[in-house]
Design a protein around this ligand. Structure first.
Ligand code: ADP
Ligand code: ZN
Ligand code: ZN
Length: 755
C-alpha cells in the first residue's frame, strides 16, 4: 500500500482497468478528473484521461510511476460526460480507455490543446519603469523587446484589444527574441499570457431566427409537448410520414432551447446524404454551428469540437460519435431518422448505439430528447407501448399532398422482362406520359450479381468470400461487395473458354433496360458507384428537381431524406430479400425501406403511386403493411417478436469471432459456451445465470469473408440485469480461454445485425 496521492487513469489499451500513477512530487492537486495527462506505460508514453484521484494506491510506493505531464488547464471531459462514458463502458462491457478514445477527436488523443489560445507578451509595471529608465543597458535584445512592447501599449487604441503583443507580432518585429523574453520574465519585467482568441470568448448574443412556416395543429401540439419538457427529461418519438413536417418541429424546439440560452445537439445518420437538413438549420439560425461528420479531416474535426467545447457553437449537428460532443449547457437532443442502423457502431470494438446513448445522455442531463422517424424502430415503438417514451404523431403531409397508394405486383403471374414486370412497365409509361417522374428502387448496385458460363456452369466467385462477384459493366470490372476484391471483367470463361453471361439485375443494368424501353427519356442513377464525392448527390438532386432527368434508379441511398416533389411513381423491384434472411430484423428493415421509398413519391400536389414487385404477395407482414401502413406492420411484427422472445421482448448480446479456419472460429465459441455452462453449473442457484439462454455457436450466414471465417454465439435473456451480470462474470473467462489467441473476437451488446 502506498500512501502518496495518486490519479487513476484510463489509457487507450484493451485492458479493462484503470492505472494508478503518482500525482506529482508533492501531490499535484491541480490534476482533476477529466484532464489528459501523459504517463509512462511500459516503454511507451501514453496520453490518458484521469478518472479519479485518490489519497493512496493499492500498489507499493516503489511501483508507482509519476505523471509526466498534465496537458489540460481544465478537464477536457466534464463530470457528466465522464459519467456517461463510464456508463457506456459498463453497458457495452468495453474497456474504458477505448470508450474514451471513441469520444475524443484524434487530434486530442494525440495531445492537441483543447483551447485555441494565443500567447500574449505583456509588460509588468516594473518592466514599464525599467524601460523608461532605458534599461537593461548591456542587453540590447532585451531592450528592443521592452521598447517594442512599450510602444505597442502607447499606440493601443481601444480598451477591448487583448493586452500586449502576440508571439506572431513579435516574430515580425524582432529576431531571436524568445531568449530575451525568458530573461525579462526572470527579472519580473515581463509576463506571458495565454488568451483565447476574441471569437471564442464571445458570449451568447441574441438568437437571430429566420421566419419559417406557421406550424399546423399537429406540429403545434408536438412542439408544445417537447417544449413543456425543456428543463427536464422526456423521451419523445416524433412519428411522422415523410414530408409531414418533422424537421420543422426540430427547428422550433431547437429555437426554444436557444432562446433559453441552451444549446442543441442534433444527430443524423449520414451528413453526406442529408445536406438538406444541415442547410435548413443554417438558413433558420444565424448562430455558430459545429458540424461533425466522418468526411472531416482530423484538424477540421478538432476545430468543430473546440467550437462546441468553448460554448461558441450553439448547435452541434453530427453523425454517430457526435453523441459525445461537448455541447455546453445542453438544452435538447434531436435524433433524426432514429431507426437508421448507422446509429449503431458496427465496426471495431466499441459497438454502441448513438440513439440509445442519446436517450441516456438526455436522461442524465435532464433534457428532452426527440427521436424522429417515419418508420420508428420496433424497439422504440415498444418503449412507447410501455410508456417509457411519448409518441407525437404527424399524420398529414405539411404541404397537403395526399399520401401515396401502395399495391403489389405478383411476380409469379406477371410477365417479367429483365427484372421489370409488364404492369410496372405500363405504369412507368403512364406516369411519364402524364408528365410525372419515376423512381425505380433496387437494393443492389452494379450491372449483375452473377457472371456465368453457360457451357460449363462456372460462376465467378470471390476467392476470399463465400460470395459471387458482381459485374460492373461500365467500368468493365468484377467486384466483391463484401471484401472489395476487384479484377478485370473476363470475356471468356477461365475454365472452358466459352463466352460468359451476366445473370440477374443491378441498378446499372436496370438503367440500361429502362433506356431501351423508354428511348430518349433521360435517367439518372443513384448508388455508391456514382455518388463518390461531396457534391455528386447535390448534382443528382438538381437534375431531378429541374426535370432534366425523368427516371431515377437507385439503391438505399434514395431513401435518405430527399424530396423528389415531382416523382409520382415508385417501383420497388424486389421486396423479397427481407423474407429470406436469418436475421429476425430483416422484415422490419424491408418495411422501413418500402415506406421510406414510398415517401419519396407525390410530395408535390399530385398523389403518388407505389408498386411493389414480389413473389410472396400473401406474406402476412407485407399484407399488414399494405392494409394498415407502418403502424399495422409494426403491431404484427411485434406480436411475432414477442412469440419468438426476440428483442424488444428479450435482450441480446452476440459474441462474434473470425479466424483463419472455420474450425478455429467455431472452436473458440464452443469453448466460450462451455465456459458459460460452467458458470451456470458452478453458481447454479444464481438466478442471473439461469435467466440466460445460449444460442449457437454457428457459422455466419456468409461464413467466409475477406479470407477469414466468421461465427457467432448469441446470449439472450428476458432480464437485462441478469444478462449484464452474466456477461460480467463470463468475459474474464473468455479472455483467458486457450483458443482466444487464434481468433479475433468482439462482444456486441444489443446487436442489430445478425448473421
Ligand atoms: P419531414 O422532415 O417530416 O420530411 P419537413 O419538415 O421537411 O418534413 O416538411 C416537408 C415540407 O413541408 C418542407 O418543404 C417544409 O418546409 C414544409 N412544411 C413543414 N411544415 C409546414 C407547415 N406547417 N406549413 C407549411 N409548410 C410546411
Ligand atoms: Zn465455362
Ligand atoms: Zn470478397
Amino acid at each position: 500500500m502506498s500512501s502518496v496521492p495518486v490519479v487513476r487513469v484510463a489509457l487507450p489499451t484493451p485492458l479493462r482497468r484503470l492505472f494508478d500513477y503518482r500525482a506529482g512530487p508533492a501531490g499535484d492537486s491541480t490534476i482533476e478528473p477529466g484532464m489528459r495527462i501523459r504517463v509512462p506505460f511500459g516503454r511507451q508514453r501514453l496520453i490518458g484521461i484521469v478518472m479519479e484521484t485518490a489519497a493512496a494506491s493499492e500498489l507499493p510506493d516503489e511501483r508507482l510511476k509519476p505523471v509526466l505531464e498534465r496537458l489540460d488547464p481544465r478537464p477536457v471531459l466534464d463530470g457528466a460526460t465522464l459519467a456517461l462514458l463510464g456508463w457506456a463502458a459498463d453497458y457495452y462491457h468495453h474497456p474504458i480507455g477505448e470508450v474514451l478514445a471513441a469520444a475524443l477527436p484524434k487530434a486530442l488523443r494525440l495531445g492537441a490543446a483543447i483551447d485555441a489560445t494565443e500567447e500574449r507578451w505583456v509588460l509588468t509595471p516594473e518592466g514599464r519603469e525599467a524601460h523608461t529608465r532605458g534599461e537593461p543597458r548591456r542587453a540590447p535584445r532585451q531592450r528592443q523587446l521592452l521598447t517594442a512592447l512599450a510602444s505597442s501599449e502607447a499606440s493601443a487604441t481601444s480598451g477591448t484589444d487583448p493586452p500586449g503583443l502576440a508571439g506572431a507580432d513579435l516574430n515580425e518585429k524582432l529576431d531571436a527574441w524568445r531568449d530575451a523574453a525568458q530573461a525579462l520574465i526572470g527579472r519580473g519585467w515581463l509576463t506571458k499570457l495565454e488568451v483565447k482568441p476574441a471569437a471564442a470568448a464571445q458570449i451568447r448574443g441574441p438568437v437571430a431566427v429566420a421566419p419559417g412556416p406557421e406550424a399546423n395543429e399537429e406540429q403545434r401540439l408536438a412542439i408544445e409537448k417537447v417544449c413543456d419538457s425543456l428543463g427536464g427529461f422526456g423521451a419523445f418519438v416524433l412519428h411522422g410520414i415523410t414530408g409531414s413536417g418533422k424537421t420543422e418541429v426540430y427547428l422550433r424546439v431547437v429555437e426554444r432551447a436557444l432562446r433559453h440560452g441552451r444549446s442543441a445537439l442534433v444527430l443524423v445518420p449520414e451528413i453526406g446524404l442529408t445536406p438538406q437538413l444541415v442547410s435548413r438549420f443554417r438558413e433558420r439560425f444565424a448562430v455558430p454551428m459545429a458540424v461533425l461528420h466522418s468526411a472531416l479531416t482530423d484538424h477540421e474535426r478538432l476545430l468543430a469540437w473546440r467550437d462546441a467545447f468553448s460554448g461558441r457553437a450553439r448547435i452541434v449537428l453530427g453523425t454517430r460519435s457526435a453523441v459525445f460532443a461537448p455541447a455546453q449547457d445542453l438544452g435538447v437532443i434531436v435524433v433524426d431518422e432514429e431507426h437508421d442502423t448507422s446509429f449503431k457502431q458496427h465496426e471495431g470494438g466499441f459497438r454502441y448505439s448513438a440513439r440509445d446513448l442519446a436517450v441516456v445522455r438526455a436522461h442524465r442531463a435532464g433534457v428532452p430528447v426527440v427521436l424522429g422517424s417515419a418508420t420508428p424502430a420496433l424497439e422504440t415503438l415498444q418503449n412507447v407501448a410501455t410508456g417509457r417514451y411519448t409518441r407525437l404523431a404527424l399524420t398529414r403531409r405539411a404541404a397537403e399532398a395526399a399520401p401515396p397508394r401502395l399495391s403489389l405486383i405478383d411476380l409469379r403471374s406477371s410477365a417479367v422482362h429483365a427484372g421489370i414486370s409488364t404492369p410496372a412497365v405500363q405504369a412507368i409509361e403512364r406516369h411519364l406520359g402524364a408528365g410525372g417522374q419515376v423512381l425505380v428502387f433496387l437494393n443492389r448496385r452494379g450491372y449483375a450479381p452473377t457472371l456465368l458460363c453457360t457451357a460449363c456452369g462456372w460462376i465467378a466467385p470471390c476467392r476470399d468470400c463465400d460470395a459471387r462477384l458482381t459485374v460492373h459493366l461500365s467500368s468493365s470490372r468484377l467486384r466483391c461487395h463484401h471484401c472489395g476484391a476487384d479484377s478485370a471483367l473476363p470475356e471468356r470463361c477461365p475454365q472452358c473458354g466459352f463466352a460468359v453471361k451476366s445473370v440477374g439485375q443491378g441498378t446499372e443494368r436496370i438503367e440500361e433496360t429502362l433506356a431501351g424501353l423508354f428511348p430518349g427519356i433521360p435517367s439518372i442513377r443513384l448508388d455508391r458507384d456514382v455518388v463518390r464525392r461531396r457534391g455528386d448527390m447535390e448534382e443528382a438532386m438538381r437534375r431531378m428537381s429541374s426535370g432534366e432527368a425523368r427516371i431515377l434508379v437507385g439503391t438505399q441511398m434514395v431513401t435518405k431524406g430527399h424530396d423528389f416533389p415531382n416523382v409520382t411513381l415508385v417501383v420497388v423491384l424486389n421486396a423479397d430479400q427481407g423474407f429470406f434472411s436469418t436475421d429476425f430484423r430483416a422484415p422490419e428493415r424491408l418495411a422501413q425501406t418500402i415506406v421510406q421509398v414510398a415517401g419519396r413519391a407525390g410530395r408535390g400536389e399530385r398523389a403518388g403511386e407505389v408498386l411493389i414487385q414480389t413473389e410472396f404477395p400473401d406474406h402476412p407482414l407485407l399484407l399488414s403493411l399494405l392494409a394498415e401502413g407502418y403502424d399495422g406492420f409494426a403491431r404484427a411484427a411485434l406480436t411475432e417478436r414477442s412469440q419468438a422472445a426476440w428483442p424488444p421482448f428479450s435482450r441480446l448480446a452476440a459474441v462474434r469471432d473470425s479466424a483463419k479456419t472455420a474450425e478455429a472460429a467455431l472452436a473458440f465459441l464452443t469453448e466460450a459456451r462451455s465456459a458459460a455452462e460452467g458458470l451456470r453449473g458452478e453458481r447454479g442457484s444464481a438466478a442471473w445465470a439461469r435467466a440466460v439462454r445460449l444460442l449457437g455457436p454457428a457459422p455466419a450466414a456468409m461464413a467466409k469473408r475477406a479470407g477469414r471465417h466468421h461465427a457467432q454465439l448469441l446470449v439472450e435473456s428476458a432480464d437485462r440485469a441478469a444478462l449484464h451480470r452474466f456477461i460480467d462474470a463470463w468475459l474474464p473467462a473468455l479472455e483467458s480461454l486457450p483458443s482466444v489467441r487464434r481468433v479475433r473476437w468482439t462482444l456486441d451488446v444489443d446487436p442489430i445485425e445478425l448473421f
